[in-house]
Design a protein around this ligand. Sequence first.
Ligand code: KCE
Length: 328
Amino acid sequence: QTGTVAANPEQYDQAYICPVTIGSQTLHLDFDTGSSDLWVFSNLMPSSEVDGQTEFNTNSAGATKKDGYTWSISYGDGSGASGVVYADTVNVGGATATSQAVEAATSVSSEFTSDTGSDGLLGLAFSSINQVKPTPQTTFFDTVKSSLEAELFTADLQSNGPGSYTFGYIDSSKYTGSITYTAVDNSQGFWGFTAGGYTVGGGGSNSTGTIGSAIADTGTSLMYLPTAAVQSYYSQVSGSSYSSSQGGYIFPCSASLPSLTVSIGGHGFVVPGSNFNYSPTGSGNTCFGGLQENTGIGFTIFGDVFLRAVYAIFDETQGSPRIGFAAQ
Ligand SMILES: C[C@H](Cc1ccc(C(C)(C)C)cc1)[C@H](NN)c1nnnn1Cc1ccc2c(c1)OCO2
């Protein structure tokens, strides 16, 4: 079987929301290759924590409670959720898992309550970091992958317009040139890979360092790189500065932004400058950068700002996992 689902950007491309059928309900979930739990708003939550989101109905005929199973997750940005576990049929654009662990929230943090466009998350990292106790559950991809035409999924994220995720096949209309594959280190449960040198702007190779180990994370809005690369980038943006009040680099919204070329698997991938203007700060006509330092996060994260510039293939067809990127 295969699946194809639209990925709809929230405001400022903060996250990408996809329709998922669970039993007879359709919920809109944030597909996240940087976490491994499929959790949803549910009828078990206090109404004070719900602001228009669709609630999974745990009383529906097809939902089977997994007695004694609970979950609690906290994300690197400080948000979190917790609850209990059901099994139900989950259909993502035609790819169907007949008995998928659906983690029904009994409580969510305020960030999720106020993210009115999302009814929960669908984790696509490795099942080794699933947060269900006493027994970790498989991700949707792990549950269905043996039944897919090919054991892979792809992400095509677009700015201000629907992109798509596919399960079980590569859509050759989504990219140009060839796909560059590189090995994945999933020892921490993420789609980890090694990135090489970088170049700021279309000029000569003014990169001095290499980026090193990184994760591909559709659930993170921005791109977080080592300090040297970030400082090198913003040294080319006139009027830019680090704002401790805003918590990152900002610049005049009228600034012209250079591109950033990153070498992965020996191929240079170009992120256009426009991708690095994330959002207005709300003060003094300054804008918040889509490229920020990885200090304090613990990972170098190739989030949506990077993933919008490429077609990404999350591939387990070779036995050991690999990740592929192609220009769009
Ligand atoms: C943060 C997301 C997970 C999430 C997504 C959406 C949301 C809201 C709906 C409420 C907006 C909260 C949370 C990420 N997913 N892999 C993640 N989960 N765990 N670590 N990361 C990566 C990281 C870690 C730290 C950081 C960060 C990123 O951005 C800013 O600081």
